[in-house]
Design a protein around this ligand. Structure first.
Ligand code: PBG
Length: 337
């Protein structure tokens, strides 16, 4: 025995961690965390028109698509074993106004999309966002009046919008604007309208973030968003406030939780999962996608490896699933194996 060997044995009592790593079969046998297509939720961007797609500059490989194309995407997702799609609209500028009134049009782009997908691919889950930002002329998630985002008035509109989304066939309502009291009021509104079986996925811990930039290009708000969202999203420095806010969502009846952005907030994923034990999801947001894409396009990192490693990180941190623009790519990759 060499000196170094003796020393290791003395300290560790013959424990050699590398026994777990010596062969592919052993690594597979002791693997603690698993990722599958069932863990993925695919966010898509929808535009008006027919048989139309548009590139999003800051999100290479992601397209805005017309409703008929969204239906095709939903079929593709189903075939890959992706359980659900989350839809985000980019509506005509002419339809955006101060109060986001288009969100209350029963036949708006988002509800049209839900109806079309539900008719063609009933076996896939539809998650719809309720927030005003795709509908307001200032790009804010709530109603902006006299220099502030008005909470209760906004929530009233969101509750009505949630009913219309449920009516169109949405399975999960996902409030993403961080207004106070929204989960309880939306739950009540859904129940009163007979939609007890429609679930609520709360964007429970949503932080102010620089990583949302490409999304704002995707839904067309980056040009006119005034100011910041600091008065309603969480301060990235405040994990305890995030938990207190999330706790209210649980009390108010959230069925599942989301942490957003994803990778920079893995600590919050773990804490939200441990604290509440609800199904917990992370949103790997547009900027996170763009970072990996941009580096890969420069040949600076291996896109597939970085993608899969980042998705596995969410599972390791306790998430039950991930909203990710990589969903079809990752599912495709896992199918091959
Ligand atoms: C706001 C909303 C945001 C995203 C989805 N809905 C954040 C924002 O624009 O402030 C971001 C999604 C992403 O970056 O991928 N309701």
């Amino acid at each position: 025995m060499s000196d170094i060997t003796k020393q290791i044995d003395l300290v560790t009592g013959n424990r050699r961690m590398r026994r777990y790593r010596g062969s592919e079969w052993m690594r597979s046998m002791v693997q603690e965390t698993h990722l599958s297509a069932a863990d993925l939720i695919w966010p898509i961007f929808v535009i008006e028109g027919e048989n139309k797609t548009e590139n999003i500059e800051a999100m290479p490989g992601v397209e805005r698509m017309s409703v008929d194309r969204a239906v095709e995407a939903a079929k593709h997702a189903r075939d890959l074993g992706i359980p659900a799609i989350a839809t985000f609209p980019n509506i005509d500028y002419a339809k955006r106004d101060k109060t986001g009134s288009e969100i209350l049009n029963p036949d708006n782009l988002i509800n049209q999309t839900t109806r079309a997908i539900k008719a063609a691919v009933p076996e896939i889950g539809i998650i719809t966002d309720v927030a005003l930002d795709p509908f307001t002329s200032d790009g804010h998630d709530g109603i902006f009046e006299d220099g502030e985002i008005v909470n209760d008035k906004t929530v009233e509109v969101l509750a009505k919008a949630a009913i219309l989304q449920a009516q169109a066939g949405s399975d999960i309502i996902a409030p993403s604007e961080m207004m106070d009291g929204r989960i309880g009021i939306i739950r009540q509104a859904l129940d009163d309208a007979g939609y007890q079986s429609v679930a609520i996925m709360s964007y429970a811990a949503k932080f102010v973030s620089g990583f949302y930039g490409p999304y704002r290009e995707a839904i067309g708000t980056s040009n006119f968003l005034k100011g910041d969202k600091n008065s309603y999203f969480l301060n990235p420095a405040n994990p305890n406030e995030a938990i207190r806010d999330a706790a209210l969502d649980v009390q108010e009846g959230a069925d599942m939780m989301m942490v957003k952005p994803g990778l920079p907030y893995l600590d919050m994923c773990l804490r939200v999962k441990e604290e509440f034990g609800l199904p917990t999801f992370a949103y790997q947001v547009s900027g996170e996608y763009a970072m990996i894409k941009a580096a890969a396009q420069n040949g600076w990192l291996d896109e597939e490896r970085a993608m899969m490693e980042s998705l596995m990180a969410f599972k390791r941190a306790g998430c039950d699933g991930i909203l990710t623009y990589f969903a079809p790519r990752a599912a495709e990759l896992m199918k091959v194996k």
